[in-house]
Write a protein that binds this ligand. Structure first.
Ligand SMILES: Nc1ncnc2c1ncn2[C@@H]1O[C@H](COP(=O)(O)OP(=O)(O)OP(=O)(O)O)[C@@H](O)[C@H]1O
Ligand SMILES: [Mg+2]
Length: 288
């Protein structure tokens, strides 16, 4: 059974008013336990709206969302859903309300009813994962941090709850390369050691190619294309139709192909692209 199942979900913001905006139009999606799924799509395609359905923040107008087989419309199930599905919003700075970073990250574990010692352990662990200094955390307001640090605090707040599903909306936007690496390493760890299922909306094709084991391309509120990064990025036409670019190495290889270069499987990484170019040129390593 998939851990998450969205079945023919329809959602319209401000429904029934003159400013109604359709966001999801019959979207279906299955996510397996322990998967790392990336949602790709042009701005306004519905990625954030999908994520907001996973923790019951939004409920479908038509269709249904099942988490471990339970419907998010079931009120009593929804009450405890925040402990199962952790959502990190696209603009996390809008969700801070505590005076210090430490207190902010402690909100979730506090609400789980853990002892003060356990809360402290969870907070320190989550801060370590995202690379925020614990002393800084006790003295600083989340609003005093940079955008990248605020994103990491928002992620720590959710990690401290230890949900089985992490729903991350553009988790690395505005974070530099090293910060991005750190977050991805942390996510891979969580997947490996806690069996977490990760679903992430992103604009970064290279990150998705590297990290995800499944990519879902969304266009106008529907899943247009779905598969492994290699399958998805091999469908250049559909990817472009969705208003997206290819990962940089795949783009280079696609351009070479257009110029008559005879390349095989689509390269996802720089190493793969280099390998293909060398093979294609018939060049041999000189061993130097
Ligand atoms: N809170 C809201 N109120 C009204 N309309 C909204 C709201 N949030 C999103 N929309 C509209 O719903 C549609 C889908 O938006 P959504 O934010 O889910 O897209 P997205 O793929 O996350 O975009 P982005 O890449 O820019 O984050 C868009 O037309 C958007 O304008
Ligand atoms: Mg969004």
């Amino acid at each position: 059974m998939p851990i998450i199942s969205m079945e023919n979900v329809w959602y319209t913001y401000n429904r029934g008013t003159p400013i109604q905006t359709p966001a999801l139009s019959g979207l279906s999606l299955d996510i397996s336990r322990g998967g790392f799924v990336a949602l790709a799509g042009h701005t306004g395609s519905g990625k954030s709206t999908v994520l907001r359905h996973l923790n019951g923040l939004l409920l479908p107008h038509r269709g249904r969302v099942l988490i471990e087989g339970s419907d998010t419309r079931d009120k009593s199930f929804r009450k405890g859903l925040w402990t199962r599905v952790g959502l990190v919003l696209q603009y996390p700075e809008r969700q801070f309300f505590e005076e210090t970073v430490f207190r902010e990250v402690a909100v979730g574990p506090d609400n789980l009813g853990l002892s003060p010692g356990e809360v402290e352990d969870r907070v320190l662990e989550a801060l370590a994962v995202v690379g925020i200094d614990r002393r800084l955390a006790k003295e600083t307001s989340p609003y005093a941090l940079s955008g990248g640090e605020q994103r990491r605090v928002a992620l720590a707040s959710v990690l401290a709850i230890r949900p089985g599903v992490l729903a991350l909306d553009e988790p690395t936007a505005g974070i530099d390369f090293r910060g991005r690496q750190r977050i991805f390493e942390a996510l891979v760890e969580l997947k490996r050691h806690q069996g977490a299922t990760i679903i992430m909306a992103s604009h970064n094709m290279d990150d998705m190619a590297r990290m995800a084991d499944q990519i879902v391309v969304i266009k106008e509120g529907r899943a247009l294309l779905e598969g492994t990064p290699r399958q998805v990025f091999a469908s250049h036409g559909l990817v472009r139709e969705a208003g997206l670019s290819l990962p940089f190495p795949s783009e280079v290889m696609a351009r070479l192909r257009e110029k008559g270069f005879n390349t095989g499987t689509p390269a996802l990484t720089v190493d793969e692209a280099a390998e293909e170019i060398i093979n294609n040129m018939g060049a041999r390593k000189t061993g130097q």
